[in-house]
Design a protein around this ligand. Structure first.
Ligand code: TLP
Length: 343
């Protein structure tokens, strides 16, 4: 069957032009720091985020986990929102890899407020974990691609500074926040010590993320990347895809946001589905299916049998994600199929 694939913005395949750029890439051994395309990508990303250095890494998970590893000591505590990717979808890696404890706080659409931190941060006592790091996510995946308000980030960063805590941003979809708000990645990044960004979600590159921060931080990350087995050789081949993605596929994210809004407004009319329209801010859509009386997994299987692929969102919702390999026409068709199946 020819599926309309709305499972994730990671399912995209490199375009012919991107493949051409990859085929033509100049390469070298990046473990020796000699790959000119990787160097060019890292310089571009560091400049875009207003940081000293960036390091190319194979995945978003590695970007986040290297940042935690390079910023903490075993026994530290890190704070994130309860639906954070770091806490829910990274296989308990903070405990496994960094031996840190994760403290979660309930957020609203993925956003925790600075005043919640007052009672979350530990007193400085030798018998308590050290509150070391605050990890935010922008846009917030499990809340449906919601955007973190800049003024709240600023307040949290002030709190972090007062408490000698490190700020990390999981910016896998920071590009979507940029396009939706017009707030430049540099403006967001100024409040964080480390940021991870991704080229294969939404931007259409086949592989790759980057971790950015000070030169000293990136040197620690480089060491840990090697320990994790993430030292790559002629990685310019894939870095060229990421460079192409940054140059050509950022502005067009607006089309994905428009598709999500259209899809949401079509489906919100159906009595057995409900959508928090205020959460429809970028390219991810959570569709609550409780009123259908069916488990989300049942609906996922049903829609698959009709040609539409979606995933589980939360325990009560399914998730549809817009991306560059799904056309407006296919989005219309998918909405019709869902109306006919669940309407
Ligand atoms: N998210 C994936 C799944 O893991 C849920 C998706 O389909 O959305 N940070 C954020 C905010 C993410 O959404 C993801 C991937 C990652 C990090 C991890 O990236 P990868 O999968 O490249 O390691």
């Amino acid at each position: 069957m020819n599926y309309i694939d709305l499972r994730s913005d990671t399912v995209t395949k490199p375009s012919a032009a991107m493949r051409q750029a990859m085929a033509n890439a100049e390469v070298g051994d990046d473990v020796f720091g000699e790959d000119p395309t990787v160097i060019a990508l890292q310089e571009k990303v560091a400049a875009l985020l207003g940081k000293e250095k960036a390091l190319f890494v194979p995945s978003g998970v590695m970007g986040n986990q290297l940042s935690i590893k390079a910023n903490t000591e075993p026994g530290d505590e890190i704070i994130c929102e309860q639906d954070a990717h770091i806490f829910n979808y990274e296989t308990a890696a903070p405990a496994l890899i960094s031996s840190v404890q994760v403290k979660t706080l309930p957020g609203v659409r993925g956003v925790i407020r600075a005043d919640q931190l007052v009672t979350a941060v530990r007193p400085k006592a030798y018998y308590m974990p050290r509150s070391r790091m605050i990890c935010l996510e922008n846009t917030h995946n499990r809340s449906g691609g919601t955007i973190y308000p800049l003024d709240e980030i600023k307040r949290i960063a002030e709190f972090a500074r007062e408490h000698e805590m490190i700020m990390h941003l999981d910016g896998a979809r920071l590009w979507n926040a940029w396009v939706a708000t017009g707030i430049h990645p540099k403006e967001y990044a100024q409040y964080f010590d480390s940021v991870s960004v991704c080229f294969s979600k939404g931007l259409g590159a086949p592989v790759g993320s980057a971790t950015v921060g000070t030169a000293a931080f990136v040197e620690r990350v480089r060491k840990w990347r090697k320990v994790f087995g993430g030292g790559m050789r002629q990685a310019g081949i894939i870095a060229a895809g990421a460079l192409y993605a940054l140059e050509h596929n950022v502005e067009r994210l607006k089309e994905d946001h428009d598709k999500a809004k259209f899809f949401a407004s079509e489906l919100s009319r159906l009595p057995r589905l409900s959508i928090d329209m205020e959460a429809v801010q970028t390219n991810i859509l959570l569709i609550n299916v409780e009123k259908s009386g069916k488990h989300p997994d049942e609906i996922i299987a049903l829609l698959k049998s009709k040609g539409v692929l979606v995933t589980l969102g939360t325990y009560t919702s399914i998730r549809a994600v817009m991306h560059l390999d799904v056309s407006s026409e296919q989005v219309k068709q998918a909405a019709e199929i869902i109306k006919n199946t669940l309407g």
